[in-house]
Design a protein around this ligand. Structure first.
Ligand code: NAD
Length: 498
């Protein structure tokens, strides 16, 4: 492909990739020539020099996305015609699964097992699901005597998609796929820490037949740089954002000037509640995965583990032993459970919270110090860490740490567990382990969280609404909820018989 040397996952000893913006059919360096580096969090090796977009680059991408949308070349296709192309994009992802998985793992430190078997397959599924959903979704029609009313769902227009580093291509395509399927054009800005898979994906999408200008990708940083116009330009019709709650506020403020609708999926501090009647053979390993999976950098993580006091000792003994036994190391090794954290600054933030927890009276049962042995000294490695002795009022139990740090709290009754779970400014998810289904339903109905998992974790049906309450989110995406956001529903009423 023109303008790029990323024709495959480069070996560790090859020259760094040149990652450029994709604007229309052109691969462009930053207009002012600026660039930044993307490095491997496992050993710090340089992976890519990346175009550092300015506001002018963002505006150029929006202009192309606008013209492409207004031309009707994409938006006027029927859902079935768009679905044919989007399925080809999914086919290309499947055909390059190993290459994309390796890129994801090297760029962000996600384990190869997760990249290969969960995240990249989900990228293809995002496209297949929304391609089919749009082609097959039922539409509303209300015949009423000689009045016929129905709803049209024309695309909204130009969509800005702003994504984080913790599940880079999976979350970017969770936005791009529905936006495109409903007939919009897109400007994507991936997180600066993890630009590689978005870049390679854009190449594959063009090769698969996505018309130029339908998907544009710009790289770089927040509000004062390339992301500025993505949130404040009046030619943008929708902003879909996943990232921290702090950034979310800035985006909402910028978008308010033009009344641009925003869908925001943000941080979490979810409770994972284990009752005495839970099957511990299920609850222990699922709880381990709910906090330490994804290197502990998952918005949905069960970061506050609430264990019923009558089984607290038994549960903790098993939980801590399993945490201590997890393999932490090179994410390219298929036997690794946890790779490195994303970057030095983030590692310092995570460790800072562990120190704060100790100042607040917490006791570290396992972990709590950066791993500095020779095999891991070059990377940002932090071990699974379990802390007890805090109350739910401690900052470490209230603020998002976004690392492999579990704070364990006790409770006696169902009411107390629910009160603690809901006592948080966040409201993204909740996990519940019990064999009492009456209790499970009672709690799900009262839990202030966008998603509640019962005796499981992280399983997703893309028809379900996804999002959060409180400072975890604004709006929902998934199935019909994505249609509501990425289209402008229009009521049509027709008087017949004249
Ligand atoms: P972040 O908020 O720092 O950055 C996210 C994206 O926003 C990046 O692309 C960044 O460059 C961009 N950005 C930063 N400032 C901006 C501005 N002023 N205007 C426009 N764009 C701007 O988040 P992060 O550190 O990349 O990701 C981690 C956070 O994401 C955590 O809080 C995590 O909980 C959250 N997250 C939420 C979900 C969810 O579905 N709710 C999923 C994954 C991650």
């Amino acid at each position: 492909m023109a303008g790029t040397e990323l024709a495959g996952a480069p070996a560790a000893d090859t020259a760094p990739t040149e990652v450029k913006h994709l604007i229309g059919d052109q691969w462009r360096s930053a207009s002012d020539g600026a660039s930044f580096e993307s490095r491997d969090p496992h050993d710090g090796s340089l992976l890519a020099n990346v175009a550092r977009g300015s506001a002018a680059d963002g505006e150029a991408a929006i202009a192309v996305a606008r013209d492409t949308f207004d031309s009707g070349d994409w938006s006027d296709l029927s859902p079935k015609q768009r679905a044919v192309i989007l399925h080809r994009v999914a086919d290309a992802v499947d055909a390059h699964r190993e290459e994309l998985a390796e890129l994801e793992t090297r760029d962000g430190g996600k384990t190869i097992t997760q990249s290969l078997h969960a995240e990249i397959p989900r990228v293809a599924h995002n496209f297949r699901f929304f391609a089919d959903y749009v082609a097959m979704a039922a539409n509303e029609a209300y015949p009423d005597g000689d009045l016929l009313s129905y709803v049209l769902y024309p695309p909204a227009g130009v969509v800005s998609a702003i994504s984080p580093w913790n599940a880079p291509l999976m979350l970017a395509t969770w936005k791009i796929a529905p936006a495109l399927a409903f007939g919009n054009t897109v400007v994507l800005k991936p997180a600066p820490q993890t630009p590689l898979t978005a870049h390679r994906f854009a190449e594959l999408a063009l090769e698969a037949g996505l018309p130029p200008g339908v998907l544009n990708v710009v790289h770089g940083f927040g509000g004062d740089e390339v992301a500025g116009p993505l949130t404040s330009d009046p030619r943008v019709d929708r902003i879909t954002f996943t990232g921290s709650s702090v950034t979310g506020v800035k985006i909402l403020q910028a978008a308010a000037v033009n009344h641009t609708p925003v869908s925001a999926e943000m941080g979490g501090k979810s409770a994972n509640i284990v009752f005495a009647d839970a099957d511990l053979d299920v609850a222990v390993p699922k709880s381990i995965r709910a906090i330490f999976g994804g290197n502990g950098q998952v918005c949905l993580s069960g970061t506050r583990l609430l264990v019923q006091n009558s089984i607290r000792e038994e549960f903790l003994e098993r939980f801590v032993a399993e945490a201590a036994a997890l393999t932490v190391g090179d994410p390219k090794d298929p036997t690794t459970f946890m790779g490195p954290l994303i970057e030095q600054q983030h590692l310092e933030k995570v460790h800072g919270y562990v120190e704060l927890a100790q100042e607040e009276g917490g006791k570290v049962l396992v972990g709590g110090e950066r791993l500095r042995d020779p095999a891991r000294a070059g990377g940002f490695y932090y071990p699974p860490t379990v802390i007890t002795g805090l109350t739910n009022q401690a900052r470490a139990a209230r603020e998002e740490i976004f690392g492999p740090v579990e704070t364990v709290l006790g409770f006696d009754t169902e009411e107390e567990a629910l009160r603690i779970a809901n006592d948080s400014p966040y409201g993204l998810a909740g996990m519940l382990f019990t064999q009492n289904l009456d209790r499970a339903h009672r709690m799900a109905a009262k839990w202030r969280a966008g998603t509640v998992w019962i005796n499981t974790f992280f399983e997703r049906d893309l028809r379900l609404p996804f999002g959060g309450e409180g400072i975890s989110g604004l709006g929902r995406e998934g199935g019909q909820y994505s249609r509501d956001f990425f289209t402008e529903p229009r009521a049509v009423t027709l008087r017949l018989g004249r």
